[in-house]
Write a protein that binds this ligand. Sequence first.
Ligand code: SF4
Length: 236
Amino acid sequence: MYGKIHEIYSSISGEGISQGIPTVFVRFAGCSLRCGKTETKQLWCDTPYALGPNQGETKPLASIIEEIEALDKDHGFQILLTGGEPLEGQNRDLSKSIAEFLFSYRTKENKPYPASRVETNGSEKITLDPYFIFTMDYKLPGSGMEDRMDLENFQILEKRHNSLDEIKFVVRDRIDFERSIEVIREQKIQTNILYSPVHGEVDAKELVEWIKIDNPPKCRLSLQIHKVLWGNQKGV
Ligand code: SF4
């Protein structure tokens, strides 16, 4: 079992409902989306260094588990599988194996955070597996990637009924925000909802005003705390 890994490191979770929790990040290389890139606008992806599969090293399951345990010998940290895209191509089976192994060990040993959180871009099918918790993006029109979204994922989230799952909307402008409200209504979303502004394009305070007016269920503003603490550095 192999996959392409860009980096493995420990820090705190930067966003969402797990913000601030000590976390081991397993960053996969390879993502077929290109968020935000249009004829006139720039890619907004904050991990451009992990977009190509060749931007990672081929690693087997055993060596990844070894690296996780070197950073978290007592198995007390949350595990975050991120990217790139951890559910794309050969990374998908490796993500499952990592999460399944840790879930089984941590459950048996009564450790915290048995399930691994997966940050996924919404274009890959999520699963009902209990060893995963999902932070799933829904890409809005401003990303140029909305037609790549797999709408069946909303039904899977409903079936999972996991209070730790979350859906993330990254908002570039007012059109994006209005589309998010439509999607929430059309899909009858009950999962936690995160709103993040595209840096430099939407003022977070303006986004708060929009959220206050529509007040979608279970929603919150999510700013990236690691950028507040360390700026645009990698591996923190
Ligand atoms: S899906 Fe994520 S990793 Fe892929 S281009 Fe978009 S922001 Fe970057």
